[in-house]
Design a protein around this ligand. Structure first.
Ligand code: S3P
Length: 448
């Protein structure tokens, strides 16, 4: 029986997928565009912003802090920036819903405003670790009280006289890096972040596009990022590229489904995000990346995927930051491949929107695929037939958008239809997922 509030969604196996779709706006870049435009002087125009629940959370939080934001048709959005240091104290708690990026980046921004902010979110967000952001922000002079087990709610009192820091990231996290850099905007002096494994650099690119003085230097294989405080950020017209993390679903769908050819247009191919595509090419995927443009320092391409006979690969931990959100869909591809795929260094997956390692293993086992975890390594024994047996039971999404989309995609090549217990969270990152998939020939529908 369906639990109240859950929206079960079912995929019926497909014989072929064909068509051209446009990737939804990049979630990471959309958050940064909203936040940085809010701190600039003048009115910015953001085109192609992802209109999804996670971005609504960020936009509403900024509005609570005094920013005027108007969202128009097709994701075009106008923001009247308040200037660096110009945010005001919110009268109420900032509820960031399901979005880890929203809460962590905004904690950074507000840490160098001398005001108090209380952050909260949904059950999943409340359980996610916030100490990793709180620690550097405390070094900058903010006071941060986290909730039980270091999660939300967080009470943050921004520093009166914030200090620049040099911080070596203990975990490869773009959210932690970005929180520090965004705090550094309102601090006199140079804020420096050192990362030994590169993480997505959209904050650096967007800050540069708005006129900040930001440097990135590779010294002995380690990246040193420096930001000069109090730059003059000037309003911009920004175009948000399509999200490679969302494009991954229709593209992997085409690879694993027979007689298929799918093109996803306008996908961001920033080096720090393309780990999945490298892995798929190593697995023998018929994928073509046709570079088309660079916007606001971000490269964009059209990506074509055709049905492919995939083979297993071993993926090193060093690739994890460039594909951290893509392991669920890669595991689905591995389930259809010939041989045993090993993915190392996946510890961070335990603290995403759900415990994704557990969710992948349970869901794949339910679908008849031998899967296990040893330490931080995921092992998937591919069926080698290009398909999976499937499950008579509902697959649990754990209210995680990427887990839901992964198993709905796998349902395309399952012997029996796959039903996911809840597809409602897909709205947090890819609200048109079902429409896009059905447009290319899939049969995915809510089952109540
Ligand atoms: C993100 C960084 C990653 C990623 C998340 C988006 C970002 O998280 O998983 O979906 O926009 O900076 P971590 O910084 O925790 O690795």
């Amino acid at each position: 029986m369906t639990q109240p509030g859950l929206v079960p969604v079912q995929t019926t196996p497909s014989a072929s997928l064909r068509g051209v779709i446009r990737a939804p706006g990049d979630k990471s870049i959309s958050h940064r565009a909203l936040i940085i435009a809010a701190l600039a002087t003048g009115r910015s125009l953001i085109k192609g912003l992802l209109v999804a629940d996670d971005l609504t959370s960020t936009a509403n939080a900024l509005r609570q802090c005094g920013v005027v934001i108007g969202v128009g048709k097709q994701g075009d959005c106008e923001i009247d920036g308040v200037g660096i240091g110009g945010l005001i104290e919110a009268a109420d708690v900032l509820d960031l819903g399901n979005s880890g990026t929203a809460v962590r980046l905004l904690m950074g921004v507000l840490a160098s405003h001398p005001i108090q902010t209380i952050f909260s979110g949904d059950r999943s967000l409340q359980a996610r670790p916030m100490r990793r952001v709180a620690e550097p922000l405390e070094q900058m002079g903010a006071s941060v009280r986290t909730g039980t087990n270091g999660g939300l709610p967080v009470v943050l009192i921004g520093a009166q006289s914030p200090m620049p820091i040099t911080y070596q990231l203990p975990v490869a996290s773009a959210q932690v890096k970005s929180a520090i850099l965004l705090a550094g905007l309102n601090i006199i002096g140079t804020t420096k972040v050192i990362e030994s494994i590169p993480t997505r650099n959209h904050t650096e690119n967007m800050l540069r596009a708005f006129g900040a003085k930001i440097g990135s230097e590779l010294i002995d294989g380690v990246t040193h990022i420096t930001l000069e405080g109090h730059p003059e950020l000037m309003a911009q017209e920004v175009t948000v590229p399509g999200d490679p993390s969302s494009a991954a679903f229709p593209l992997v769908a085409a690879l694993i489904t027979q007689n298929s050819e799918v093109v996803v247009e306008g996908v961001g191919i920033n080096e720090t995000r393309t780990g999945l595509y490298k892995c798929l090419l190593e697995m023998g995927a018929d994928i073509h990346i046709d570079s088309v443009a660079t916007v606001n320092g971000e490269p964009i391409a059209n990506i074509t995927a055709r049905s492919s006979k995939l083979k297993a690969v071993e993926i090193s931990a060093s690739r994890a930051p460039s594909m951290i959100d893509e392991y669920p869909i890669l595991a689905a591809a591995a389930a259809c491949a010939d041989g045993t795929t090993l993915m190392h260094g996946l510890g961070e997956l335990r603290i995403k929107e759900s415990d994704r390692l557990r969710a992948i293993v349970d869901g794949l086992q339910d679908c008849g695929v031998e899967t296990s975890v040893t330490g931080d390594t995921l092992e998937v024994k591919g069926t080698g037939t290009g398909g999976v047996p499937g499950s008579e039971n509902q697959i649990l999404s754990h209210r995680d958008h990427r887990i839901a989309m992964t198993f709905l995609t796998l349902g395309l090549v399952s012997k029996v239809p796959v039903e996911v217990d809840d597809g409602s969270m897909i709205d947090s990152s890819y609200p048109n997922f079902l429409q896009d998939m059905n447009l290319i020939g899939a049969k995915m529908a809510c089952s109540i």
